[in-house]
Design a protein around this ligand. Structure first.
Ligand code: NAD
Length: 448
C-alpha cells in the first residue's frame, strides 16, 4: 500500500532525477489534525462587480479566524476565494482573468482556490447561465495547472438562500479550506436549502450524532469510523460476521459498537432497524460504504458475479434506506451518504457489474435527495478515485502506477481523504448540501 515512488522523489537524489527527467512530482498534501487553523496563511478574497456572496463569505472567514489580506500586504496566499456571482454575461468573464492572473504564482503549497457562483439553472437569462457555466472550465483548469498540491473548486450557491444555506456555505468553506479536503479537486459543489444547524464546536462537528458505517472492519470504512468518532459521533460499525475480529478492534478503538451482519441477508434491514431502534431510538447518519468487486469482462462473467455486486453495492442500500425511512428512524436533520466510484462515472474495463452498481448509487442520490428534502434529510455520494487500500494494492503494478499518477495531484488518495469528505457531508451543518456527488480522486483524468 506504500507509495515508494512518492517517498523516493522526496529524497535529495529523487528530487534531482524528477527535475532532470520531467517525471511526476507528487507533492506532500496538507491533511487535517484537530486544532489546526483552517489555512496556514492569509487568504485573498475578491469579487466580481455586484457579487452577492463576498460580504457573507468575508464574515464567515472572519468568524472562522481566517486572516484576510491583499496583494499590497502579502505576497503569497494560502487560498484565493472569488465571488463570481456578479458575472452575468460572457464579456464580464475578463474579471476572472484580472483577479487570478496576477496571483497565479502566489498560492502556497496545498493552497486552495474557491470560486463561488450561481447555479446556471437559476439564472434569469441565458447569457447569465452561460457565463456562470463557464466558471467550471476555469476551476478545472486551475486544478490541473497550479501544482504543489493546490486544489480548486466551484461552489454554486442558490439565490433562494435560507438560514440553512448560510450554515452549509460555512461548513463547505471550512471543509474546502482545511486539510480535510486534501484529495478533492476540480469539483462542483451545490449549496441549496435544507435542514442545517451549526455545531457548538467546529472541531467536533458531529457531536452527539448516531452514525452507522457499513463495511467498517477495514479500508475506507475503518478510516471512516475513526474520523467520525474523532469528530464527536457515536459510531455503529457494521460488517460481515467473518470480519468480526477486525470489526471489534475498530469499534473498541473508538468507543463505538459493532454489528455483525451480512447486508445481503433477507432479514438484514429489519434486524439492523431493530438494533438501531432499541439501542439508540434513531440513526442520524447512514453511511453506505460496504462494497465488493468481482471483476471479469462481460463475456466471461458468470451471473453470480453480476448478482453479488449489484446486491451488495446497490440493492442492499435501497432496502436498508426503505426500512429505516419507513420506520422513521432517520430524523429531520438526518444524512444519507453513499460511496460510489469514478468507475460509476467513467465505466471501467472488466467492471460492468461494479460500474453499473456505482452509477446506480448516483441515481439513488439524484432520485432520493429531492424526495427527502422536505423531511430535512440530505442524500449525497462520494466517488473515490484511486485510494491506497488492500483493494488497489492487488492491482498489477503497471496499471496501479498509472492509476496513482493520472490525476492532478500525481498520487493516490488515502482512506482518510474519503472519510473526511463523507464526514463533511454528514455534519448537521451540511444539510443544505444535498443531491451532490463529490469525487475524491485528486482530479483524476479518468471519468473526466
Ligand atoms: P474493502 O474491501 O477494504 O472494505 C469493504 C468492507 O465491506 C469489508 O470490510 C467487507 O467485509 C465489507 N462488506 C462487503 N460485503 C459486505 C456485506 N454483504 N455486508 C456487510 N459488509 C460487507 O474496500 P474499500 O477499498 O475500503 O472500499 C470501501 C468502499 O469504497 C466500497 O464501496 C468501494 O467500492 C469504494 N471504493 C473504493 C476505492 C478504492 O480505491 N479503494 C475506489 C472507489 C470506490
Amino acid at each position: 500500500m506504500s507509495d515508494r515512488y512518492a517517498s523516493f522523489v522526496r529524497t535529495g537524489a529523487g528530487r534531482a532525477l524528477v527535475k532532470r527527467l520531467g517525471l511526476p512530482d507528487p507533492p506532500r498534501l496538507r491533511r487535517h489534525t484537530p486544532g489546526d487553523p483552517l489555512v496556514p496563511g492569509p487568504v485573498l478574497l475578491g469579487s466580481s462587480t455586484g457579487g452577492r456572496l463576498a460580504e457573507p463569505v468575508g464574515k464567515i472567514f472572519s468568524a472562522a479566524g481566517v486572516e484576510l489580506s491583499d496583494p499590497a500586504a502579502a505576497s503569497r496566499f494560502a487560498a484565493l476565494a472569488y465571488d463570481a456571482t456578479g458575472i452575468t454575461d460572457s464579456t464580464q468573464l475578463r474579471q476572472l482573468y484580472d483577479f487570478f492572473h496576477p496571483q497565479a504564482r502566489a498560492v502556497l503549497p496545498s493552497g486552495r482556490v474557491i470560486v463561488l457562483g450561481t447555479p446556471p439553472q437559476e439564472c434569469p437569462t441565458p447569457r447569465e447561465a452561460t457565463a456562470q457555466r463557464a466558471l467550471e472550465g476555469l476551476v478545472r483548469s486551475i486544478g490541473k495547472e497550479f501544482g504543489l498540491g493546490v486544489t480548486a473548486q466551484l461552489v454554486y450557491v442558490t439565490k433562494n438562500a435560507d438560514a440553512a444555506t448560510r450554515v452549509s456555505l460555512e461548513s463547505t468553506l471550512r471543509f474546502l479550506l482545511s486539510g480535510r479536503s486534501a484529495y478533492v479537486s476540480g469539483q462542483v459543489i451545490r449549496v441549496g436549502t435544507g435542514d442545517a444547524s451549526a455545531p457548538a464546536d467546529w472541531d467536533r462537528p458531529l457531536d452527539g450524532q448516531v452514525v452507522l458505517v457499513t463495511g467498517a472492519a477495514r479500508g475506507i470504512g475503518a478510516a471512516l469510523a475513526r474520523v467520525l468518532a474523532r469528530d464527536g459521533a457515536q459510531v455503529v460499525a457494521l460488517d460481515i460476521p467473518a470480519a468480526g475480529d477486525a470489526l471489534a478492534a475498530v469499534a473498541n478503538d473508538i468507543g463505538g459498537t459493532a454489528v455483525q451482519l451480512d447486508l445481503t441477508a433477507p432479514d438484514a434491514p429489519a434486524r439492523l432497524a431493530d438494533h438501531l431502534g432499541s439501542r439508540h431510538g434513531r440513526v442520524d447518519v447512514v453511511v453506505h460504504n460496504a462494497g465488493i468487486t468481482r471483476d471479469k469482462t462481460l463475456g466471461r462473467m458468470d451471473a453470480d458475479r453480476w448478482d453479488q455486486v449489484i446486491d451488495v453495492n446497490l440493492s442492499s442500500q435501497e432496502r436498508i434506506n426503505d426500512v429505516l425511512l419507513e420506520r422513521k428512524l432517520i430524523p429531520a436533520g438526518g444524512r444519507i451518504v453513499s460511496v460510489s466510484s469514478i468507475a460509476g462515472i467513467a465505466g471501467n474495463r472488466g467492471q460492468t457489474n461494479y460500474s453499473t452498481s456505482k452509477a446506480g448509487v448516483i441515481g439513488l442520490v439524484d432520485s432520493l435527495a429531492p424526495a427527502l428534502h422536505d423531511r430535512g434529510i440530505s442524500v449525497n455520494a462520494v466517488a473515490p478515485g484511486f485510494i491506497e487500500t488492500r483493494l488497489t494494492a492487488r492491482i498489477p503494478l503497471v496499471v496501479r502506477e498509472a492509476g496513482r499518477r493520472m490525476n492532478s495531484l500525481a498520487q493516490g488518495g488515502l482512506p482518510v481523504d474519503v472519510a473526511e469528505t463523507i464526514g463533511w457531508l454528514a455534519w448537521p451543518a451540511s444539510g443544505a448540501v444535498s443531491g451532490n456527488v463529490v469525487r475524491v480522486c485528486g482530479q483524476s483524468l479518468l471519468g473526466a
